[in-house]
Ligand binder design. Structure first.
Ligand code: AMP
Length: 172
């Protein structure tokens, strides 16, 4: 069944930049049966503790993060690029191949002490996930797991987030 999910992910060479093979999950999302199956597999990887909030990383992390939140009886929190969230934010800068980027989260999104699951579609170099984990910790949240649909293992992103529990459904 896992191979059905894997087969549905479309690889787009040189998008958005030359040299990057983009993992396009839209064919998976457009198939109701595969979406359900993917959600079931992701849920199996979640540690057996009470999750208070599921954080989704803009924008492709939102799809399964909201579904996970609903199934875990948890709230959903968006982490977004600068200038998108309307209220006061915590922000965290992180390194890109060239330059830096920034992620924001509302300051009141997480109550200190809450157990938080962070989800994104792809783990590449790990910079995005690490910044998201730091944002959660700035609010006093406990990161229970960094959860991904796809891990690009050859980029060794796990090294950057080795202090956290990491789960990924598909590894390349
Ligand atoms: P990184 O910070 O390098 O781990 O990059 C992870 C973020 O970039 C995630 O939010 C992904 O959605 C996106 N990303 C990185 N590489 C890819 C890829 N090959 N295909 C699709 N999305 C990617």
């Amino acid at each position: 069944m896992l191979d059905l999910i894997e087969k549905s992910i479309r690889e787009i060479p040189d998008f958005p930049k030359p040299g990057i093979v983009f993992k396009d999950i839209t064919p998976l999302l457009s198939d109701a049966r595969l979406m359900k199956l993917t959600l079931e597999y992701l849920l199996k990887g979640v540690p057996d503790v009470k999750i208070d909030k599921v954080v989704g990383i803009e924008s492709r992390g939102f799809f399964f993060a909201t579904l996970l939140a609903e199934h875990l009886n948890a709230g959903f929190i968006p982490i977004r690029k600068p200038g998108k969230l309307p209220y006061k934010v915590h922000s965290e800068e992180y390194e890109l191949e060239y330059g830096t980027d920034e992620l924001n989260m509302h300051i009141d999104a997480i109550i200190p002490g809450e157990n938080v699951l962070i989800h994104d579609d792809v783990l590449a170099t790990g910079g995005t996930a690490l910044a998201a984990a730091k944002l959660v910790e700035k609010s006093g949240g406990k990161v229970v797991q960094l959860n991904f649909l796809i891990e690009l293992a050859f980029l060794n992103g796990r090294e950057k987030i080795k202090n956290y529990d990491v789960f990924s459904l598909l590894k390349y």
